[in-house]
Design a binder for this molecule. Structure first.
Ligand code: ATP
Ligand code: MG
Length: 427
């Protein structure tokens, strides 16, 4: 056994001999005594090296260790007021497992200060920082919160293909790939497949999986590969879908708070206790226009328009009753010009889009044609509407957008281990 406990576990002890492992965070030498600060995922510990105990040769060797080298040590834990951490490990023996080269391409002991490019370039080192790790601990807790809630609501977790023959919504935001002798694409969304599963009687499904968008723009809230959390439920309308989404978000935030990951980020967020506000598209439009901005009915909200809206409603809220023409073909029409589509927003950021779906075969085909799509390309999807399709509703939620809100980081790239953006394909 390399170690008997983690550094956090060691911090709870007093008088016991332990074996711990980690990275050399920092070294200070004060004559015949030296301190190595060792770090693992759970925290730091001070190793106290006394020359007369470990010998002159060892003392010299260990105090010359480079930062970020990996070591395992044995020693006795002692509570002490003198150490900043409140305890120290009095070193008995030390094993060097891996020596780090110098200089480091990116400092770990220092606060995050390097630019995003340098950080991503040296991501393995960047991820050693406690506040960077905390984003991924929060991300993990968020996924668990959503999974727990949806499972409790009897949703089946599914996986649909990511290599597909047709675009979900037409359009150009597709990555083409070669599939033997055929042309294929990376899927933009599991939309069509999760709807087919409603026709299969699965009743309630969800999927947490990558989605690929060949969007050319480089923004702080778009990635070319992101994780889409999708849910779809049968015998349900837009209100039912919104309720499931709202509860999922609340349970995600609750889990993130309970995980304590947010402490390292000094992020102060509470689980929302009130129902999310709902604003119709028309009311949002009026509100924006009343603030001196000019937006026409039927336009999508521009970044600037959303800034105005986000200032007015500075929390989670739904925008409902969207014009049919700006939403995808699969949303349910309502009162001619409108649809049963909704977006979930947080301040000025879109978090999720959803809708009650159009489950009527003829109407679906007509709307596809109106939108310039060829129904023949969607035959595999449309077939599921011809032999018994229940009314259904659902949504797609961008995991990284939610992680941004919960952790408070400003750039979506920080919420992904190895981001894929307009120019970045490695690491
Ligand atoms: P936006 O208008 O913000 O580009 P969208 O309306 O094109 O998003 P949808 O097709 O509605 O996106 O996808 C559902 C959700 O997936 C979005 O609300 C968002 O949270 C997330 N999402 C979509 N595209 C991206 C992307 N390129 N990077 C990260 N998340 C995304
Ligand atoms: Mg959307």
């Amino acid at each position: 056994m390399l170690r008997t406990c983690t550094l956090k576990e060691a911090s709870q002890l007093d008088g016991e001999t332990v074996k711990v492992c980690g990275w050399v965070h920092d070294i200070r030498v004060l004559g015949k005594i030296a301190f190595i600060i060792i770090r693992d995922r759970y925290g730091l510990a001070q190793l106290t090296l006394i020359r007369s105990i470990i010998g002159k040769e060892n003392f010299k060797k260990y105090t010359k260790l480079t930062r970020e080298s990996v070591i395992c040590v044995q020693g006795k834990v002692q509570k002490t007021e003198q150490a900043k951490l409140g305890f120290e490990i009095l070193l008995e023996s030390l094993e060097i497992l891996s020596i780090a080269e110098t200089p480091l391409p990116l400092g770990v002991a220092d606060k995050v200060s390097a630019d995003m490019e340098t950080r991503i370039e040296n991501r393995f080192l960047d991820l050693r920082k406690k506040e960077v790790l905390a984003v991924f601990e929060a991300r993990s807790a968020i996924i668990q919160g959503i999974r727990e809630y949806l499972a409790q609501e009897h949703f089946i977790e599914v996986h649909t293909p990511k290599i597909v023959a047709t675009a979900t919504e037409g359009g150009t935001e597709l990555f083409p790939i070669k599939y033997f002798e055929k042309d294929a694409y990376l899927n933009q969304s599991p939309q069509l497949y999760k709807q087919i599963l409603m026709g299969s009687g699965f009743d309630r499904v969800f999927e947490i999986a990558p989605a690929f968008r060949a969007e050319e723009h480089n923004t702080t809230r778009h990635l070319n590969e992101f994780i889409s959390i999708d849910a779809e439920l049968s015998f349900a309308d837009d209100n039912d879908a919104m309720q499931i989404l709202e509860n999922s978000i609340k349970n995600a935030i609750k889990h993130a708070i309970e995980s304590e990951a947010l402490n390292a980020l000094e992020q102060d967020i509470e689980t929302p206790d009130k129902p999310f506000e709902r604003v119709t598209y028309d009311d949002a439009l009026d509100l924006i226009n009343s603030k001196g901005y000019s937006m026409e009915w039927g336009e999508d909200f521009s970044t600037e328009a959303l800034k105005i809206l986000g200032k007015e409603i500075d929390d989670f809220y739904f925008i409902t009753h969207w014009p049919l023409e700006i939403k995808p073909f699969y949303v349910l029409p309502f009162e001619e010009k409108y649809s049963k589509a909704f977006d979930l927003m947080y301040k000025d950021k879109e978090l999720s889009s959803g809708a009650q779906r159009n489950h009527n075969y003829e109407s679906l085909v007509n709307i596809m044609k109106q939108k310039g799509l060829n129904p023949e390309n969607f035959e595999f999807y449309l077939r599921a509407f011809k032999y018994g399709m229940p009314p259904h509703a659902g949504w797609g939620l961008g995991l990284e957008r939610l992680v941004m809100i919960v952790t408070g980081v400003k750039n979506i790239r920080e919420c992904v281990l190895f981001p894929r953006d307009r120019t970045r394909l490695v690491p």
